[in-house]
Design a protein around this ligand. Structure first.
Ligand code: 4NP
Length: 155
């Protein structure tokens, strides 16, 4: 069993999108039971909230449901609990490392290292237009596929 945690700032746009896409692809590959997943934010602004409506609508158009997800902030226990802690951008990555003991730092990675493009950060779509949410989905779908191939080939 591999445990994967997706992390952004608010846990209402990027990381719940990643979780929603990932769980569909886990099912499609028959890996449920072998891969466990969750998402959280480094900030606590949106704890308990449903994802941003724009993110939910963009995901729904591609067949991913995410309205059931609720925001939570990263906790100390997460660093012990999860095997892979995947940051959406470099600020989240730096904050996760700042908050955690050094022995857990190898678990903390940029999510897009599993993607096929040169982009290394999922841009924050919160203050932008709808096209930002589609771009998040493009990057997230690609990186989820790369991540799942890796998890399947190197369990
Ligand atoms: P996320 O987007 O980190 O992808 O969930 C954001 C959501 C909320 C805020 C910033 C980014 N905010 O400042 O409230």
């Amino acid at each position: 069993m591999k445990k994967v945690l997706f992390v952004c700032l608010g846990n209402i746009c990027r990381s719940p999108t990643a979780e929603a896409v990932f769980r569909v692809k886990v099912q499609a590959m028959g890996l449920q039971g072998q891969v466990l997943h969750d998402s959280c934010g480094t900030a606590g602004y949106h704890v308990g909230e449903a994802p941003d409506r724009r993110a939910t609508q963009a995901a729904q158009k591609r067949g991913y449901a995410m309205a059931d997800l609720r925001g939570r902030q990263v906790s100390d226990a997460d660093f012990q609990e999860y095997d892979l802690i995947l940051a959406m951008d470099r600020a989240n990555y730096a904050e996760l490392k700042r908050r955690s003991p050094t022995r857990f730092h190898s678990k903390i990675q940029l999510f897009l290292k599993y993607g096929s493009s040169d982009e290394r950060e999922v841009p924050d779509p919160y203050y932008g237009g709808d096209e930002g949410f589609d771009h998040v989905l493009d990057l997230v779908e690609d990186a989820c596929e790369g991540l799942l191939q890796r998890l399947r080939d190197e369990p």
